[in-house]
Ligand binder design. Sequence first.
Ligand SMILES: C[S@@+](CC[C@H](N)C(=O)[O-])C[C@H]1O[C@@H](n2cnc3c(N)ncnc32)[C@H](O)[C@@H]1O
Length: 280
Amino acid sequence: MAESTRTLDWNGANGDHWVAYEEKYNAAMFRYGERLFAGADVHPDDRVLDIGCGCGQTTRVAAALAPEGSALGVDLSAAMLAQARARAAAEGLANVRFEQADAQVHDFADGAYDVAISRHGVMFFADPVAAFANVRRALRPAGRLAFVCWRAPEESEYSGVPRAALGPYVTLPPPGGSAHEPGPNSLADPDRVREVLGGAGFADVQLEAENEPMDLGADVAEALDFVLDRPHVHAALAETDAATGAKATEDLREALTPYATPEGVLLRAPAWLVTAHAPA
Ligand SMILES: C[S@@+](CC[C@H](N)C(=O)[O-])C[C@H]1O[C@@H](n2cnc3c(N)ncnc32)[C@H](O)[C@@H]1O
């Protein structure tokens, strides 16, 4: 399979990590799924395309919202797709399918989908204009696009709090992605989003600022485990000695403690809900 996304090892260690932490990521991003479906307005007979579907939670929700239609989830990660298929089978969903595909270059059938969705799966394209143009071709005339992507990384507690706590002890790679580099923050700039989607042939591009938190766990101990096991944090701490690692862990625990609420350990993670239409 041709692969346009080279910044993160999705069809490898990173995908495996997401499978191992599937339930935690689903819980962490639950609120973004709700915002996504509010923007996508899936109809009962819609044919839905879920881009970068990962372990397929949003694809399964889309299939349930479109009982007379269907949902196709595409992703780079074979491991995440295997998990997605197993979950869909366990839920007895007959109108959902998953395919290993690079959404930037995959040969989707022209006009085959009514709506394309993504929960944080569209920031990793090497050539975003080409990728979104490919998605637009897969949509029927006036078909809808709705996705959530990260906004304003400098205002993100989810990104910033662990970095500030661990920074004195370890060197973490910079938060990835910019207007010129694929990665989680590549669509943070609203002008860039309009430029990319306009260049890809979409119309009526709308961005709505979301301030949902990421839920890192039921309590501080769970949140601490979640952060410590993220691949870039784990790798950085593996390079320190035991005493430094213990101090870093303690500082991280203290930094997360003020975010504990009865609803979970909630860290603000600003995002955009982006909607657009293919030309009629
Ligand atoms: C942050 S994860 C989100 C996964 C999923 N949407 C969710 O909400 O759990 C990003 C996903 O995008 C996928 N991805 C990245 N680049 C892709 C591409 N070019 N084509 C298809 N999927 C891609 C990754 O494999 C990964 O599963």
